[in-house]
Write a protein that binds this ligand. Structure first.
Ligand code: SAM
Length: 354
């Protein structure tokens, strides 16, 4: 039986389900979830492309960040570098390249296909399924690149007199539909705190579980930093998107807007609300800062690397080695893509230190 028919059966039997329950099934159902079944998703032949897949310079720059964090922590023995939602492991591969990075590398991913790939990068014994399966209480730099945009959300809609939620119910035919229900108090409270001005009828993705993930991550590490990198913005920056909301799907690099159409067959994702995450980090006693990805990578020297590659490309153009020149040009273009101000450069980087 498909995930869609199972979900429909559950709704027919018990009534509408909270959107976060539906989204969790779409992504993580053991027999039909988008991540838990099927191939690696975050690769060129997959469904979407991420920074570490675009260029190894992403991981190489993060290696410089890790080195600086190691210094800040007094070069502790047994520094752990972990990537949660690590996909193919390309971030850790790039990060491990620079000579002299002395750290124990760990990866976690909910996808069995990803865990297979990650075994080849960090060794099977250093691969886990979830954050909570990683070694705890150690000095750690923990990365989550494009993870929290997948953490299941509740849906709240602004009404003239407050908030309602949208749960997943049954339409007359076999289809699913969003149905209005009164908002649970915690959902209404989050929406009121972290969404700025929302027009009547506007949709807000309530990210309580993403906040809970960050709180657990900070609790899990002994000292160090949790670094969340993702699309999204502050509550203010997300305000213009509040009419339709930011909920969307991806499959085979194609964008869609209806997560109810093919449960388990598409990625389901939202823009991350970094104001809410900053509040969680601060409440957990961490020191938090927020940057744009282009600025963050520039500070780590990516702009200089791009300039160096540009000069090298010019030299090779004069010297006549066409193949080498094309390779350098492609490396330079990929590195530039990481900083494109309306693309990956517009991602946000939250650093929460303890
Ligand atoms: C968009 S991909 C990003 C992969 C990788 N971080 C990258 O940048 O290429 C999201 C990854 O997170 C994994 N994932 C999603 N939710 C997760 C969770 N709660 N815990 C661990 N991994 C998760 C998925 O299986 C997938 O490999």
């Amino acid at each position: 039986m498909t995930l869609a028919s199972r979900l429909r059966g559950e709704i027919d039997a018990s009534g509408p389900m909270p959107f976060e329950t539906f989204m969790a099934a779409c992504l993580y159902d053991p027999d039909g979830g988008f991540f838990t079944t099927g191939p690696l998703r975050s690769v060129r032949s997959g469904d979407f492309l991420t920074s570490p897949e675009v260029s190894p310079w992403f991981g190489r720059c993060l290696a410089r960040f890790v080195a600086a964090e190691g210094d800040r922590l007094g070069s502790p023995p047994g520094l752990l570098v972990a990537d949660v939602g690590a996909g193919s492991g390309s971030l850790l591969t790039g990060l491990r390249e620079p000579i002299g990075l002395a750290a124990e590398l760990w990866a976690a991913d909910a996808s069995p296909a990803a865990r297979d790939a990650l075994g080849g990068v960090v060794g099977d014994s250093n691969v886990a399924e979830q954050l909570t399966n990683l070694p705890a209480g150690r000095p750690t730099v923990l990365f989550a690149n494009e993870l929290l945009d997948n953490v299941p959300v509740s849906l709240a809609v602004r009404e003239a007199g407050g908030w309602t939620e949208r749960w997943v119910g049954a339409a007359d035919d076999d289809a699913l539909s969003l149905v209005p229900v009164p908002a649970r108090p915690e959902v209404a409270k989050w929406a009121g705190l972290f969404c700025g001005t929302v027009p009547v009828g506007g949709m807000v993705e309530v990210q309580l579980a993403a906040g809970e993930w960050l709180r657990r991550a900070l609790d899990h590490i002994g000292s160090g930093a949790v670094v969340v990198i993702d699309y999204g913005g502050t509550a203010e920056e997300l305000e213009p998107r509040r009419t339709r909301g930011t909920l969307r799907t991806y499959r085979n690099h194609h964008l869609g807007h209806d997560p109810l159409l093919a449960p388990g067959e598409t990625d389901v994702t939202v823009d991350v609300n970094f104001t809410a995450l900053l509040a969680v980090a601060t409440a957990a006693g961490a020191k938090a800062e927020l940057h744009r990805q282009d600025d963050f990578l520039a500070v780590l020297g990516l702009g200089d690397e791009v300039s160096r590659l540009r000069r090298l490309e010019l030299e090779l153009a004069r010297g006549g080695d066409a193949v080498a020149r094309l390779q350098v040009r492609s490396e330079k273009t990929d590195a530039e893509t990481l900083m494109h101000p309306r693309g990956l450069g517009d991602f946000r980087v939250l650093i929460a230190r303890k």
